[in-house]
Design a binder for this molecule. Structure first.
Ligand SMILES: NC(=O)c1ccc[n+]([C@@H]2O[C@H](COP(=O)([O-])OP(=O)(O)OC[C@H]3O[C@@H](n4cnc5c(N)ncnc54)[C@H](O)[C@@H]3O)[C@@H](O)[C@H]2O)c1
Length: 260
Protein backbone atom coordinates (compact mmCIF):
# COMPACT_ATOMS: atom_id res chain seq x y z
CA UNK A 1 0.00 0.00 0.00
CA UNK A 2 1.40 3.41 -1.01
CA UNK A 3 2.11 6.11 1.54
CA UNK A 4 -1.06 8.08 2.30
CA UNK A 5 0.29 11.43 1.06
CA UNK A 6 1.41 9.74 -2.19
CA UNK A 7 -2.17 8.54 -2.68
CA UNK A 8 -3.43 12.12 -2.87
CA UNK A 9 -1.08 13.06 -5.73
CA UNK A 10 -2.65 13.73 -9.13
CA UNK A 11 0.49 14.13 -11.26
CA UNK A 12 -0.09 13.51 -14.99
CA UNK A 13 -3.88 13.23 -14.50
CA UNK A 14 -6.42 15.00 -16.72
CA UNK A 15 -9.44 16.66 -15.10
CA UNK A 16 -12.45 18.31 -16.74
CA UNK A 17 -14.21 20.89 -14.55
CA UNK A 18 -17.54 22.09 -15.94
CA UNK A 19 -18.54 25.56 -14.81
CA UNK A 20 -14.88 25.91 -13.85
CA UNK A 21 -14.44 29.50 -15.02
CA UNK A 22 -15.47 31.00 -11.69
CA UNK A 23 -16.82 30.36 -8.21
CA UNK A 24 -16.65 26.89 -6.70
CA UNK A 25 -15.59 25.28 -10.00
CA UNK A 26 -12.57 27.56 -10.29
CA UNK A 27 -11.53 26.81 -6.70
CA UNK A 28 -11.86 23.06 -7.26
CA UNK A 29 -9.93 23.26 -10.56
CA UNK A 30 -7.15 25.16 -8.79
CA UNK A 31 -6.97 22.57 -5.99
CA UNK A 32 -6.75 19.71 -8.52
CA UNK A 33 -3.98 21.56 -10.36
CA UNK A 34 -2.09 22.10 -7.10
CA UNK A 35 -2.25 18.33 -6.57
CA UNK A 36 -0.66 17.91 -10.02
CA UNK A 37 -3.56 17.40 -12.45
CA UNK A 38 -3.82 18.98 -15.89
CA UNK A 39 -7.05 20.94 -16.18
CA UNK A 40 -9.77 21.54 -18.76
CA UNK A 41 -12.06 24.42 -17.86
CA UNK A 42 -15.28 23.53 -19.70
CA UNK A 43 -17.59 26.51 -19.47
CA UNK A 44 -20.17 28.44 -21.48
CA UNK A 45 -18.31 31.69 -20.73
CA UNK A 46 -15.18 31.27 -22.86
CA UNK A 47 -13.69 34.65 -22.00
CA UNK A 48 -13.59 34.05 -18.25
CA UNK A 49 -12.72 30.35 -18.80
CA UNK A 50 -9.65 31.46 -20.80
CA UNK A 51 -8.58 33.82 -17.99
CA UNK A 52 -8.99 31.06 -15.39
CA UNK A 53 -7.08 28.50 -17.46
CA UNK A 54 -4.26 31.03 -17.93
CA UNK A 55 -4.19 31.84 -14.21
CA UNK A 56 -3.93 28.12 -13.39
CA UNK A 57 -1.22 27.34 -15.93
CA UNK A 58 0.75 30.47 -14.92
CA UNK A 59 0.65 29.64 -11.20
CA UNK A 60 0.66 25.84 -11.06
CA UNK A 61 3.04 23.52 -12.85
CA UNK A 62 0.36 21.94 -15.11
CA UNK A 63 -1.27 22.36 -18.49
CA UNK A 64 -4.63 24.15 -18.30
CA UNK A 65 -6.90 24.88 -21.25
CA UNK A 66 -10.41 26.27 -21.72
CA UNK A 67 -13.10 24.80 -23.95
CA UNK A 68 -16.43 26.50 -24.61
CA UNK A 69 -19.36 24.20 -23.96
CA UNK A 70 -23.04 24.46 -23.16
CA UNK A 71 -23.54 21.40 -20.95
CA UNK A 72 -27.27 21.32 -21.79
CA UNK A 73 -26.49 20.67 -25.46
CA UNK A 74 -25.63 16.99 -26.18
CA UNK A 75 -23.68 17.78 -29.38
CA UNK A 76 -21.65 20.47 -27.64
CA UNK A 77 -20.88 18.09 -24.78
CA UNK A 78 -19.74 15.29 -27.09
CA UNK A 79 -17.54 17.71 -29.06
CA UNK A 80 -15.94 18.99 -25.85
CA UNK A 81 -15.22 15.44 -24.68
CA UNK A 82 -13.79 14.47 -28.09
CA UNK A 83 -11.53 17.55 -28.04
CA UNK A 84 -10.20 16.61 -24.58
CA UNK A 85 -9.48 13.01 -25.62
CA UNK A 86 -7.81 14.23 -28.83
CA UNK A 87 -5.49 16.53 -26.90
CA UNK A 88 -4.80 14.53 -23.72
CA UNK A 89 -5.61 10.92 -24.83
CA UNK A 90 -7.60 10.21 -21.62
CA UNK A 91 -9.87 11.64 -18.92
CA UNK A 92 -9.08 10.68 -15.32
CA UNK A 93 -11.38 13.06 -13.45
CA UNK A 94 -14.66 14.84 -14.12
CA UNK A 95 -15.90 17.55 -11.80
CA UNK A 96 -19.47 17.92 -13.05
CA UNK A 97 -20.25 21.28 -11.52
CA UNK A 98 -22.08 23.81 -13.74
CA UNK A 99 -25.32 24.86 -12.06
CA UNK A 100 -27.66 27.75 -11.37
CA UNK A 101 -30.68 28.76 -9.31
CA UNK A 102 -33.84 30.75 -9.84
CA UNK A 103 -35.70 31.66 -6.68
CA UNK A 104 -39.48 31.76 -7.09
CA UNK A 105 -42.51 30.68 -5.11
CA UNK A 106 -43.70 27.24 -6.30
CA UNK A 107 -47.20 28.57 -7.02
CA UNK A 108 -45.83 31.41 -9.16
CA UNK A 109 -42.83 29.87 -10.91
CA UNK A 110 -43.14 29.74 -14.71
CA UNK A 111 -42.67 26.35 -16.38
CA UNK A 112 -39.90 27.97 -18.43
CA UNK A 113 -37.93 28.89 -15.29
CA UNK A 114 -38.55 25.46 -13.77
CA UNK A 115 -37.16 23.85 -16.94
CA UNK A 116 -34.12 26.15 -17.09
CA UNK A 117 -32.96 25.04 -13.65
CA UNK A 118 -33.70 21.33 -14.18
CA UNK A 119 -32.10 21.46 -17.62
CA UNK A 120 -28.77 22.84 -16.41
CA UNK A 121 -28.58 21.25 -12.94
CA UNK A 122 -29.84 17.77 -13.77
CA UNK A 123 -29.91 17.20 -17.54
CA UNK A 124 -26.53 18.92 -17.91
CA UNK A 125 -24.97 16.75 -15.21
CA UNK A 126 -26.37 13.61 -16.88
CA UNK A 127 -25.18 14.58 -20.39
CA UNK A 128 -21.60 15.29 -19.30
CA UNK A 129 -21.44 12.20 -17.06
CA UNK A 130 -22.73 10.03 -19.91
CA UNK A 131 -20.29 11.38 -22.49
CA UNK A 132 -17.26 11.25 -20.16
CA UNK A 133 -18.49 7.92 -18.74
CA UNK A 134 -18.29 6.33 -22.20
CA UNK A 135 -14.62 7.31 -22.38
CA UNK A 136 -13.93 6.10 -18.82
CA UNK A 137 -15.65 2.76 -19.50
CA UNK A 138 -13.31 2.21 -22.48
CA UNK A 139 -10.29 3.21 -20.37
CA UNK A 140 -11.37 1.05 -17.44
CA UNK A 141 -10.95 3.77 -14.80
CA UNK A 142 -12.06 7.26 -13.74
CA UNK A 143 -13.50 9.40 -10.99
CA UNK A 144 -16.65 11.49 -11.42
CA UNK A 145 -17.49 14.12 -8.83
CA UNK A 146 -20.90 15.74 -9.23
CA UNK A 147 -21.69 19.00 -7.46
CA UNK A 148 -25.05 18.70 -5.76
CA UNK A 149 -25.86 20.83 -2.71
CA UNK A 150 -27.16 20.50 0.81
CA UNK A 151 -30.36 21.68 -0.94
CA UNK A 152 -30.63 18.15 -2.29
CA UNK A 153 -31.07 16.98 1.31
CA UNK A 154 -33.00 19.80 3.00
CA UNK A 155 -35.42 22.51 1.83
CA UNK A 156 -33.73 25.85 2.44
CA UNK A 157 -35.38 28.75 4.22
CA UNK A 158 -36.46 31.48 3.84
CA UNK A 159 -35.87 31.62 0.08
CA UNK A 160 -38.20 29.65 -2.19
CA UNK A 161 -36.27 27.48 -4.65
CA UNK A 162 -38.21 24.27 -5.28
CA UNK A 163 -36.69 23.65 -8.74
CA UNK A 164 -33.14 24.00 -7.38
CA UNK A 165 -33.82 21.68 -4.43
CA UNK A 166 -35.47 19.09 -6.69
CA UNK A 167 -32.62 19.27 -9.22
CA UNK A 168 -29.97 18.80 -6.53
CA UNK A 169 -31.84 15.85 -4.99
CA UNK A 170 -31.86 14.44 -8.54
CA UNK A 171 -28.07 14.83 -8.75
CA UNK A 172 -27.70 12.80 -5.55
CA UNK A 173 -29.83 9.91 -6.88
CA UNK A 174 -28.16 10.11 -10.31
CA UNK A 175 -24.79 9.82 -8.53
CA UNK A 176 -25.91 6.71 -6.65
CA UNK A 177 -27.38 5.19 -9.83
CA UNK A 178 -24.19 5.76 -11.85
CA UNK A 179 -22.09 4.35 -8.99
CA UNK A 180 -24.31 1.27 -9.05
CA UNK A 181 -23.93 0.85 -12.82
CA UNK A 182 -20.29 1.82 -13.26
CA UNK A 183 -18.51 0.24 -10.28
CA UNK A 184 -17.85 -2.76 -12.52
CA UNK A 185 -15.88 -0.50 -14.88
CA UNK A 186 -13.67 0.78 -12.05
CA UNK A 187 -15.30 4.21 -12.15
CA UNK A 188 -16.00 6.06 -8.89
CA UNK A 189 -19.02 8.38 -8.83
CA UNK A 190 -19.54 10.60 -5.78
CA UNK A 191 -21.16 13.93 -5.02
CA UNK A 192 -20.21 16.98 -2.99
CA UNK A 193 -23.07 18.79 -1.24
CA UNK A 194 -21.88 22.26 -0.19
CA UNK A 195 -23.76 24.51 2.19
CA UNK A 196 -23.77 28.29 1.95
CA UNK A 197 -20.53 29.41 0.33
CA UNK A 198 -19.20 32.93 -0.05
CA UNK A 199 -18.32 33.27 -3.75
CA UNK A 200 -17.85 36.47 -5.73
CA UNK A 201 -21.54 36.29 -6.63
CA UNK A 202 -22.87 35.76 -3.09
CA UNK A 203 -20.33 38.00 -1.29
CA UNK A 204 -22.48 41.18 -1.65
CA UNK A 205 -25.42 39.44 0.13
CA UNK A 206 -23.18 38.32 2.99
CA UNK A 207 -21.55 41.74 3.26
CA UNK A 208 -24.96 43.44 3.28
CA UNK A 209 -26.36 41.11 5.98
CA UNK A 210 -30.11 41.31 6.75
CA UNK A 211 -32.79 38.81 7.71
CA UNK A 212 -31.99 36.16 5.09
CA UNK A 213 -28.28 36.01 5.99
CA UNK A 214 -29.20 35.94 9.70
CA UNK A 215 -31.43 32.94 8.98
CA UNK A 216 -28.77 31.18 6.89
CA UNK A 217 -26.02 31.65 9.45
CA UNK A 218 -28.36 30.96 12.39
CA UNK A 219 -28.95 27.48 10.98
CA UNK A 220 -25.23 26.89 10.33
CA UNK A 221 -23.63 25.64 13.58
CA UNK A 222 -20.25 27.07 12.55
CA UNK A 223 -21.98 30.45 12.10
CA UNK A 224 -20.20 31.43 8.89
CA UNK A 225 -20.33 30.70 5.16
CA UNK A 226 -17.73 28.44 3.60
CA UNK A 227 -15.06 29.79 1.26
CA UNK A 228 -14.62 28.14 -2.18
CA UNK A 229 -11.15 26.86 -1.31
CA UNK A 230 -12.70 24.84 1.54
CA UNK A 231 -13.88 22.41 -1.17
CA UNK A 232 -10.28 21.81 -2.28
CA UNK A 233 -9.56 18.98 0.16
CA UNK A 234 -12.65 16.93 -0.63
CA UNK A 235 -12.32 17.26 -4.41
CA UNK A 236 -8.66 16.17 -4.36
CA UNK A 237 -9.57 13.28 -2.04
CA UNK A 238 -12.38 12.09 -4.32
CA UNK A 239 -10.30 12.54 -7.48
CA UNK A 240 -7.36 10.60 -6.06
CA UNK A 241 -6.50 7.05 -5.03
CA UNK A 242 -6.97 8.09 -1.38
CA UNK A 243 -10.74 7.61 -1.92
CA UNK A 244 -10.44 4.13 -3.48
CA UNK A 245 -13.39 2.73 -1.45
CA UNK A 246 -15.65 5.84 -1.64
CA UNK A 247 -18.51 5.06 -4.00
CA UNK A 248 -21.97 6.58 -4.57
CA UNK A 249 -21.60 8.80 -1.50
CA UNK A 250 -22.76 12.29 -0.62
CA UNK A 251 -20.11 14.46 1.04
CA UNK A 252 -21.76 17.40 2.84
CA UNK A 253 -19.42 20.35 3.39
CA UNK A 254 -21.77 22.79 5.07
CA UNK A 255 -20.47 24.04 8.41
CA UNK A 256 -22.88 21.63 10.11
CA UNK A 257 -26.13 22.87 8.51
CA UNK A 258 -27.47 19.37 7.79
CA UNK A 259 -26.37 18.13 11.23
CA UNK A 260 -29.17 20.13 12.87
N1 LIG B 1 -22.33 29.02 -4.17
C1 LIG B 1 -22.94 28.25 -3.27
O1 LIG B 1 -23.19 28.67 -2.13
C2 LIG B 1 -23.31 26.83 -3.63
C3 LIG B 1 -23.75 25.99 -2.62
C4 LIG B 1 -24.07 24.66 -2.93
C5 LIG B 1 -23.94 24.20 -4.23
N2 LIG B 1 -23.52 25.06 -5.21
C6 LIG B 1 -23.39 24.51 -6.56
O2 LIG B 1 -22.05 24.63 -6.97
C7 LIG B 1 -21.98 24.78 -8.39
C8 LIG B 1 -21.19 26.04 -8.71
O3 LIG B 1 -21.82 27.14 -8.09
P1 LIG B 1 -21.17 28.61 -8.09
O4 LIG B 1 -21.75 29.33 -6.95
O5 LIG B 1 -19.69 28.49 -8.22
O6 LIG B 1 -21.80 29.18 -9.43
P2 LIG B 1 -21.29 30.38 -10.37
O7 LIG B 1 -22.54 30.99 -10.94
O8 LIG B 1 -20.30 31.24 -9.68
O9 LIG B 1 -20.52 29.60 -11.54
C9 LIG B 1 -21.22 28.76 -12.42
C10 LIG B 1 -20.35 28.51 -13.63
O10 LIG B 1 -21.08 27.67 -14.52
C11 LIG B 1 -21.00 28.20 -15.85
N3 LIG B 1 -22.18 27.80 -16.61
C12 LIG B 1 -23.45 28.26 -16.48
N4 LIG B 1 -24.25 27.68 -17.40
C13 LIG B 1 -23.47 26.81 -18.11
C14 LIG B 1 -23.73 25.92 -19.19
N5 LIG B 1 -24.95 25.80 -19.74
N6 LIG B 1 -22.70 25.18 -19.67
C15 LIG B 1 -21.45 25.31 -19.14
N7 LIG B 1 -21.15 26.14 -18.14
C16 LIG B 1 -22.16 26.88 -17.62
C17 LIG B 1 -20.91 29.71 -15.64
O11 LIG B 1 -20.38 30.38 -16.78
C18 LIG B 1 -20.01 29.78 -14.40
O12 LIG B 1 -18.64 29.79 -14.76
C19 LIG B 1 -23.43 24.82 -8.87
O13 LIG B 1 -23.82 23.54 -9.29
C20 LIG B 1 -24.20 25.24 -7.62
O14 LIG B 1 -25.53 24.82 -7.66
C21 LIG B 1 -23.19 26.35 -4.94
Amino acid sequence: MTNILEQFKLDEKVAIVTGGAMGLGKAMATALAQAGSNIVIADINKEIADETAKEISDNENVEAIAIKVDVTNPEDVNQMVEAVVKQFKKIDILVNNAGMTINAKAEEMSFEDWNKVINLNLNGIFLVAQSVGRVMIKQGYGSIINTSSMSGLIANKPQEQCSYNASKAGVIMLTKSLAMEWSKYNIKVNTIAPGYMKTELTKPFFDQGGEMIKDWMGFTPMGRPGTPNELGGIVVYLASDASSFAQGSVFTIDGGYTAL
